[in-house]
Design a protein around this ligand. Sequence first.
Ligand SMILES: Cc1cc2nc3c(=O)[nH]c(=O)nc-3n(C[C@H](O)[C@H](O)[C@H](O)COP(=O)(O)OP(=O)(O)OC[C@H]3O[C@@H](n4cnc5c(N)ncnc54)[C@H](O)[C@@H]3O)c2cc1C
Length: 386
Amino acid sequence: MKTAPDQYQDIRDAVRALCVQFPDEYHRRIDAQEAYPEEFVAALTKAGWLAALIPAEYGGSGLGLAEASVIMEEINRSGGNAGACHGQMYNMGTLLRHGSKAQKDLYLPKIASGEWRLQSMGVTEPTTGTDTTKIKTTAVLKGDRYVVNGQKVWISRVQHSDWMILLARTTPIAEVKKKSEGMSIFLVDLRQAERSGMTVRPIANMVNHETNELFFENLEIPAENLIGQEGMGFKYILDGLNAERTLIAAECIGDGYWFIDRVRKYASERVVFGRPIAQNQGVQFPIAETYIEVEAANLMRFRACELFDAHQPCGAEANMAKYLAAKASWEAGNACLQFHGGFGFAREYDVERKFRETRLYQVAPVSTNMILSYVAEHLLGLPRSF
Ligand SMILES: Cc1cc2nc3c(=O)[nH]c(=O)nc-3n(C[C@H](O)[C@H](O)[C@H](O)COP(=O)(O)OP(=O)(O)OC[C@H]3O[C@@H](n4cnc5c(N)ncnc54)[C@H](O)[C@@H]3O)c2cc1C
């Protein structure tokens, strides 16, 4: 399959060399067992790939978003699922941008080495969903501790992380000028929290994605675990979204190329009516169409990276890259499944697994409608709808 050459071939080759040690059978077995790809994540961590965005002074490799996105893309392109570990790559950005010097000195080197995993981010709540400023989880300062009460849902990788960044309301919404004010973010020691005040209830779901409901009952967090200023947490979370969206776009692009490569090979070999099914234009065209869409998403991904790495505003490009890539990988998955016929449903072909995995990105970490709403309001100047 021809794809445009880029300047990241060295990174691609190195990540591929690692991923090749974890073939389809490995990911298939982990999926069937609903297990965590511990060995795969450990190997990526040991090789330093998940510390790509951590500056060298803290033990990371200080690479840009473009390089980091290529790492995520290659993981998914190899048949793996970066969703098991992408939090380790981007959650630390919040700490890097807004944490105190003491926090950065303490946490970042340990995250870079993999000694600590900061894989979890607790934002979504069951009763408020996408309307984040209405969250009901509260954190009240009592002496040198914040006391947290409330509930979260869909919080991922809690059982495979040491720390979580938690968003909670520290000032009631009725007492702030803007609804986006009065929320704060905290570093939560997950193992300690499980022993006193936090209950974790795993959610069985469509993909092998470890995600949970969390219940907080008087969970105490040391005041020094507040990141940045009290009341500014929502803004800090928003600051991290452009990187997250661009990296997720790259994962979708990796999925897209995986689907296209698989269907290209299968359709060229599968003979029905005396010729390869790929000889029929009814089969060729949907594959060609998704290839065009993945390539277009790829360009938008690199545009977002270029702006981000140049410290320029990139909200529009990051959102559009995520939208295009999630749509393209879904369409590529659909074509791949369709032209595998019945075999698309057989686990041993891995298509159904990747199909389920890539579908998630239309909903999380941001749903497609929220991106359309962003574009409508912020880029097209259409009236605000909520
Ligand atoms: C596997 C998985 C892992 C996740 N991991 C995490 C995590 O680690 N941390 C975390 O905090 N969250 C996580 N999430 C939550 C995820 O970010 C949310 O599910 C997502 O943001 C949508 O929120 P919701 O489910 O409450 O949907 P709702 O807000 O209830 O929305 C439902 C649907 O309605 C649409 N909708 C809602 N309002 C509007 C509107 N005004 N206009 C148009 N459409 C609208 C939405 O786009 C969506 O498609 C995860 C979710 C899943 C499924």
